[in-house]
Design a protein around this ligand. Structure first.
Ligand SMILES: C[S@@+](CC[C@H](N)C(=O)[O-])C[C@H]1O[C@@H](n2cnc3c(N)ncnc32)[C@H](O)[C@@H]1O
Length: 288
């Protein structure tokens, strides 16, 4: 089942009468459709926008289906659309993560394993990395990689990790927190699960897209996501729904400060973040 969203653009006339201020609003098409309205001081346009796999109880299935569809082209699309910056960002996150003393590391929502591999390159001898994901095709792509004797693959859901309390010294997640953030409570329940499996003193490192603090950059970033990421991602991967979903989640993820506060609410302390490339992404580091 799908939900079709309509994007309404409301254009409000500026107080000085010189131009219009656009405000975008998203509404499920089951409630409204096909409007166009024009007045002296505002006009409104409704644009049928995209289809999203059903939310609610089937959300997990929907997201798993998306990643299973895009597994073959996932890395290529990422590298193309970020001009390779995703690789640099993973390296930076891995460098920060590898400062931890302990030897049991967990990479959740590990996908094709790029973060686990990057961590492995920064790890000292004796470190063991568990790579967890719920999509078998993504895990298969990860398994194909070479030189990963220290990485072990587990198929599991991030909210119910099959590990006892206090098993790991480090938990990392990259470009996946958006997938578990359909509501704040849902996001916190996952962060608490990461907290549960960490040992006291252990580190949590989160690499995710973020929101530039400058309004102008934020707008440019949003245009880039909807005008480039969505169609090019769909073209290369062949999954229109997949990249509609992915580009839908990017502008809606929390700004870095707000996400820090959510990490604290999940029980972590010493939360710090590093903005990347004018704030389009951020690395958060926290302690248990
Ligand atoms: C955008 S990819 C990120 C992959 C990788 N971490 C990276 O840096 O490229 C998101 C991954 O998270 C996985 N995923 C999403 N939600 C999940 C969940 N609830 N439990 C386990 N894996 C999940 C997907 O299958 C997908 O492989």
């Amino acid at each position: 089942m799908t939900i079709v969203y309509i994007q309404y653009w409301v254009f409000l006339r500026r107080d000085d009468g010189k131009g219009w201020i656009p405000v975008g609003v998203w509404v499920p098409a089951t409630r409204f459709h096909g409007h166009m309205f024009r007045g002296d001081d505002m006009f409104l346009v409704a644009v049928p926008f995209f289809q999203l796999y059903n939310l609610g109880s089937n959300m997990i299935k929907g997201i798993r289906k998306i990643y299973s569809e895009v597994a073959d082209s996932y890395e290529l699309v990422n590298h193309v659309l970020t001009f390779g910056l995703d690789i640099t960002w993973r390296k930076k996150a891995a460098r920060l993560a590898a400062r931890i003393d302990g030897r049991d590391w967990l990479d959740v929502c590990s996908g094709t394993g790029e973060m686990a591999q990057t961590l492995s390159r920064h790890a000292e001898d004796g470190v063991k990395i568990i790579s967890v994901d719920f999509s078998p095709p993504m895990i298969s792509k990860a398994r194909e990689k070479k030189n990963q004797a220290d990485i072990f693959f587990v198929e599991a859901e991030a909210r119910r990790l099959p590990f006892p309390e206090e098993t790991f010294d480090l938990v990392t997640i990259s470009f996946a927190t958006r997938n578990i953030s359909s509501s704040k409570d849902y996001l916190i329940s996952h962060l608490r699960e990461f907290h549960r499996v960490l040992r006291p003193g252990g580190s949590f490192v989160n690499l995710e897209t973020s929101q530039p603090s400058s309004q102008l950059l934020r707008r440019i970033f949003r245009f880039y996501v909807s005008l480039i990421v969505k169609p090019i991602g769909a073209l290369i991967s062949g999954s229109k729904a997949g990249y509609s979903y992915l580009s839908f989640t990017i502008p809606r993820f929390y700004p870095a400060e707000e996400f820090s506060s959510i990490i604290r609410q999940a029980g972590f302390s010493e939360v710090q973040h590093t903005p990347l490339f004018f704030g389009v992404a951020a690395i958060h580091v926290a302690e248990k």
